[in-house]
Design a protein around this ligand. Structure first.
Ligand SMILES: [Zn+2]
Length: 155
């Protein structure tokens, strides 16, 4: 697994100790690494927030669920919302279903499509119930992704 530099976001091979691009010491300890990524979720630069959310999803960091749900509630940035929803799907914990279900109708189409995909990945009866309501979405793109997600749903 690659390790990302939490200062300049260069991807470095596993086991690297120092980032060759910016000279920062890389986190050898996974808990400190995840804590730094969670901190980056409240960074003022949207790209940093998106990257941190994406990496946390790749790491399937369940300790990041609550901070990511919080980000989803406060963020007005579509890219960050999309990456947050994607990360919750990758982490795959049903505790994120409520956050994905609430307000989802107010999100832009791109984010709603991601909600359908993530709910499909999370699976279970609760996610299925939300997906069924999403079949009524006004966007055909959301409808299509929802139908697909329902077909491949993990039960
Ligand atoms: Zn670096």
């Amino acid at each position: 697994m690659v390790i990302y530099c939490t200062r300049c976001w260069k991807d470095n091979p596993a086991g690297s100790e120092v980032c060759p691009r910016c000279g920062s010491k890389l986190e050898a300890d996974n808990r400190t690494y995840i804590a730094k990524l969670i901190q980056a979720l409240s960074h003022p630069e949207p790209m940093t927030v998106e990257r941190a959310a994406w990496i946390l999803g790749e790491l399937k960091a369940s300790e990041a669920i609550i901070p990511i749900v919080h980000l989803l509630k406060i963020s007005r940035d579509m890219g960050a919302q999309e990456k947050a929803v994607e990360a919750l799907g990758k982490i795959g914990d049903s505790s994120a279903v409520d956050a994905l279900a609430s307000n989802s109708a107010h999100w832009p189409v791109r984010v709603r499509v991601q909600v359908a995909e993530s709910l499909g990945k999370i699976g279970g009866p609760k996610a299925e119930k939300v997906l069924r309501t999403m079949l009524n979405d006004s966007s055909s793109q959301v409808h299509e992704t929802t139908s697909k997600a329902l077909k491949t749903l993990v039960r």
